[in-house]
Design a protein around this ligand. Structure first.
Ligand code: GLC
Length: 551
């Protein structure tokens, strides 16, 4: 059986050992996978309640939005809070350091905090009280620094890296989620956040002698009420992937042959967003969307949060036998078994653990089970950051000394050492896991673009014209004969794709390959990954900006 291939590790060459992770990573299989993704995504948009979630975003930002917002990004690993001022751009002038036509932003008083495990395990009230304290800290810093234009009420743009149900931009209900958080679904996220902060602005009673508003000095015996910090108003709540896409659309100068097509995150988690026609969605999803006045319900596009790692999107992976024994082991031992199988194979929260499981398995079967470093047997003892900053770097000295320090021999009597062979194995496993993740994300990206008709994918196994997302009519139909290349820009963010050595390049190479070999109709199309740095926090403010400008 192809599925769950188990390696026979008896000392063969490393390539053979790694075969379960690498044997399907080739042009042909990835092309098949991309086609299967396109089909599966179309089905999930029509049938699933958990995937392809409509968001209230029917228009992309224009780049002209202006205003100052407090932006909050609740990620899977960090919380980030800061002021983001949208300076917009009228498309005509180039001021100092500005590119004409490209909208500018100014960020200030930004701070980030790791979300500790104990906070993730807390009740929603406690987690949000902590978030409220962090927000208060940033506002206090700004006020202490002399910022005096905050007014009585600060408008918020909030990004959550979780799935949510949304009927309007200012409200969101949490759906079941992973990433090790204990908070349950059905929580009203905006209200939770406001109540977490409430004690920082609630009026308090004081004995102060301060100047009263009418200019008179109140007697010190009289008690008066003062409020501590400005109130908050939720202007926009959004998923981090949608925010990334919005931030790309805001800052990106669209040209006739280049436009923002999709948003992608590969960080702690993995997700994608894309505009889709309403008619591609199920009735229930369509009914939940409030269309702008006069919009054509058939043709209007809305931005979709695909949640493309939640169970169901792994159907294509299963049908070609992509999952290995180790993927299954990781899934079973995860916080949410079976919940996000595609995330477990691609995202930063899991790649380190996958490498650890493969290493423990190999070393055990080489007879080193008893002599294995104790720390290596502990779940999550290899992090993806360790892979990216130590294992995937060229510096051997650093790698050996870190391995000795983090994973020492289990006892003084032990003969264990980080031999050249073991270190080569670790590097090989790490590389195979990274390449597979990049390739799978490339296939899913191309599949998603094909699902909405942005590119074409033909059935690689058909003898004649076969499966095509654009229909099987005239083989030259859709080919741009003008010779101009159309650039479809995928805005990405996230530590794994941005900082893991080689990740971005491998992913872009596979995308190029899949697009060019996918169909002759793609001859004049190029899909380009472009960084939307800190898209989560900027996009939150950008979407808040669209509410002020009535777009
Ligand atoms: C997870 C979440 C999703 C989020 C992604 C990236 O997949 O389910 O909502 O966008 O991580 O942070």
């Amino acid at each position: 059986m192809e599925y769950l291939r188990y390696p026979e590790y008896t000392g063969e060459a490393l390539e053979q050992v790694l075969e379960p992770l690498t044997w399907l990573i080739n042009d042909k299989k990835l092309h098949i996978l991309a086609c299967l993704y396109a089909e599966t995504f179309a089905d999930l948009a029509k049938e699933s309640e958990e995937h392809f979630l409509p968001t209230p975003v029917t228009k992309l930002p224009t780049g002209k939005e202006k205003g100052k917002f407090l932006a909050i990004d609740v990620g899977g690993t960090n919380l980030r809070v800061g002021f983001v001022e949208l300076l917009g751009n009228d498309g005509t002038t180039a001021s100092e350091g500005n590119v004409p036509g490209v909208a500018q932003i100014r960020r200030s008083h930004e701070k980030a905090w790791p979300i500790e495990e104990h906070l993730k395990m807390d009740q929603a009230e406690d987690l949000f009280a902590w978030i409220g304290d962090c927000i208060a800290e940033v506002i206090t810093d700004a006020m202490n620094a002399g910022v005096d234009d905050l007014g009585d009420e600060i408008a918020l743009g909030i990004t959550f890296s979780f799935p949510m149900k949304q009927d309007s931009l200012s409200e969101a209900t949490l759906m079941p989620m992973g990433k090790g958080f204990a908070i349950t679904s059905d929580v009203n996220l905006g209200n939770m956040l406001l109540s977490g902060y409430a004690r920082h602005f609630e009026e308090r009673t004081t004995n102060g002698d301060a100047q009263a508003e009418n200019g008179s000095t109140e007697p010190s015996t009289k008690r008066r009420k003062v409020s501590k910090l400005p109130k908050l108003r939720v202007a926009a709540i959004t998923n981090d992937t949608v925010a990334t896409f919005a931030s790309l659309a805001y800052a990106f100068k669209s040209a006739p042959n280049s436009r923002a097509a999709m948003g992608l995150i590969v960080g702690t988690g993995c997700n994608a967003t894309i505009p889709m026609k309403l008619k591609a969605l199920s009735d229930a999803k369509r009914q939940s969307v409030r269309l702008p006045d006069g919009a054509d319900p058939e043709e209007t596009k809305i931005v979709i949060n695909t949640e493309w790692t939640i169970k169901g999107t792994d159907l294509p992976l299963d049908s070609i036998g992509m999952k290995t024994y180790w993927d299954e082991a990781l899934d079973k031992a995860s916080d949410a078994p079976g919940f996000q199988p595609f995330e477990y194979m691609t995202a930063g929260r899991y790649l380190g653990e996958l490498v650890r499981l493969v290493m423990v398995d190999f070393m055990g079967r080489r007879g080193g089970g008893k002599d294995m470093p104790t720390a290596l047997k502990e779940k999550n003892s290899i992090s993806t950051t360790f892979l990216a900053t130590v294992v995937a770097q060229d510096d051997d000295g650093l790698l050996y000394s870190k391995l000795d320090e983090m994973f020492p021999a289990p006892s003084k009597k032990s003969n264990f050492e980080w031999s050249v062979e073991r270190v080569e194995m670790l590097r090989g496993v790490t590389r195979a896991v990274q390449v597979r993740s990049s390739a799978l994300i490339a296939a899913a990206t191309v599949g998603l673009l094909a699902c909405v008709g942005e590119i074409d994918l033909e059935d690689p196994e058909a003898k004649g014209p076969g499966f095509s997302r654009h229909g099987n009519g005239d083989p030259t139909e859709g080919i741009d004969v003008s010779g101009a290349t159309e650039e479809l820009v995928v805005g990405y963010t996230g530590g794994t794709i941005s900082r893991y050595p080689g990740f971005l390049e491998t992913c872009q190479n596979w995308i190029d390959n899949l697009v060019s070999k996918g169909s002759p109709k793609n001859a004049n199309k190029r899909v380009v990954l472009r960084e939307a740095t800190d898209g989560g926090i900027i996009g939150a403010a950008v979407l808040a900006g669209t509410t002020l400008n009535g777009s």
